[in-house]
Design a binder for this molecule. Structure first.
Ligand code: ZN
Length: 437
């Protein structure tokens, strides 16, 4: 069965004009690469045609050759040749005959989603999650390993390598069936090279050339992205949002980061940090931040700051025993929404800082649709309404009319690894990826 995520990213997408434009660019990349692997024009054309067929069949339950001819705008002999090759490669499986319309009943085929797999990885507190995802975005397996501020580069690299090998071995998948790796990391990475430059809270960290390292190890393309963009991508799949909507997603985990979606693209920036809201100054000469600056939003309204405040004030909260529990910030927002007095004071103390930073982002981007993710999402309408009220004081009246603030879905590790794997799957099937690389 195809998943809803896949449906949204194929049917909802492939008729989009922007997609066509992007598609020609991605084809250029596929065919030309960086210029070193220049292909002969005939080879380029056959690659383009093959992707057109894959795109046409990958979201369908069953299809006939004529369906592909019509949708991919190719001749019957071309489609015959490509489908025969795809059948040999196990992408296409014969599926009996269709209904006769007078003549011979047409042969039916179906797309085989388990012909190939992608690996999706989320590296962010409190875990490294690694998932095996098929070509129709079905998750076959997910495993987790600890990740915290003491995780070293060596540990992360070894965990990713062994985790991928283990999952392939356990699921009896030949490495040749893996088509790509998507990795979401916090902090900064170099967009051009896919090198993870750092994440400030990690106490011992050296750069990891994620793209180079893992593309050499596994012989597949590697897509490095910011972890927050994975959360945003997962939310888009779960919500009624159209990918074309312009939306600001603000994720609170230990830190805070915004993801900005414009015209269906999750913007990246040079270091994957477009929407780096956590280190926006909300208090001049305020509390010293781990980034070296003072008065950053993360010092007042993040998972980290809420934990620190509970510790510093020795607050006793029913239902919260372990102050180092990664779920603590989520629980505080949830309890606040349920009416817990102490948690309400904590959350309401953070709201003015959030409103100040978010209003600035709204004013800068002219996007008035705000979705709260992570710990903020647990606050539900209670937090969304308070925030909306405070933001309205800080945006021009005319912009405030269309201000829409809501809490997003509760996202799981399963959602994250599927999202992380999607760029690899989409590119393999000739679709546009929503994340800019
Ligand atoms: Zn900072």
């Amino acid at each position: 069965m195809r998943g809803s995520m896949f449906e949204k990213l194929t049917n909802g997408f492939c008729h989009d004009i922007i997609m066509l434009e992007y598609f020609s660019k991605s084809i250029y990349k596929v065919c030309y690469g960086n210029g070193a692997n220049m292909k002969h024009p005939a080879e380029r054309l056959s690659e383009i045609n093959r992707l057109a067929v894959l795109r046409s069949i990958s979201g369908r339950q069953t299809f006939t050759k004529m369906d592909v001819v019509r949708e991919a705008h190719l001749s019957l002999p071309t489609v015959n040749g490509i489908l025969a090759a795809l059948e040999t490669e196990c992408y296409v499986v014969p599926n009996g005959n269709g209904e006769s319309r007078g003549g011979r009943p047409p042969a039916l085929y179906r797309f085989n989603p388990v012909a190939r797999y992608a690996i999706g990885i989320k590296v962010d507190s409190p875990t490294i999650a690694i998932g095996l995802v098929d070509l129709q975005a079905n998750l076959h397996r997910v495993v987790e390993y600890p990740f915290d501020d003491d995780s070293t580069s060596e540990y992360i690299e070894a965990t990713l390598t062994q985790g991928i090998l283990d999952i392939l071995a356990e699921q009896k998948i030949e490495p040749a069936k893996m088509i790509g790796l998507g990795i979401g990391v916090p902090g900064y990475f170099e967009r051009d090279t896919g090198t993870w430059l750092g994440y400030l809270p990690l106490r011992s960290f050296k750069q990891i050339p994620l793209r180079d390292l893992f593309s050499k190890k596994f012989g597949v393309p590697v897509y490095v992205q910011h972890a927050s963009n994975i959360y945003t991508f997962a939310e888009i799949q779960k919500s009624p949002l159209r990918l074309r909507d312009d939306v600001l997603f603000i994720t609170c985990t230990e830190g805070v980061k915004a993801s900005v979606v414009v015209d269906g693209q999750i913007l990246s920036g040079d270091h994957g940090n477009f929407g780096r809201l956590g280190h926006f100054t909300v208090v001049e000469h305020g509390r010293t931040c781990y980034c070296g600056m003072k008065g950053c939003l993360e010092m007042y309204a993040s998972g980290r700051s809420i934990r620190e405040e509970i510790k510093a004030k020795l607050l006793q909260i029913d239902g919260i025993a372990d102050l180092n529990d990664p779920a603590l910030p989520y629980r505080v927002f949830q309890l606040a929404a349920e009416g817990n007095e102490i948690c309400r004071r904590l959350v309401e103390g953070a709201i003015p800082y959030m409103a100040y930073a978010f209003a600035t982002l709204i004013n800068l981007t002219d996007i008035g649709h705000l979705v709260l993710l992570g710990a903020y999402a647990e606050g539900g309408t209670y937090v969304a309404d308070l925030l909306r009220h405070d933001i309205l004081q800080r945006v021009p009246k005319i912009a405030g009319v269309q201000l829409f603030v809501r809490a997003g879905n509760r996202l799981t590790k399963e959602d994250f690894v599927i999202s992380a794997a999607m760029p690899a799957i989409q590119t393999h099937l000739g679709f546009r990826s929503a994340i800019s690389f």
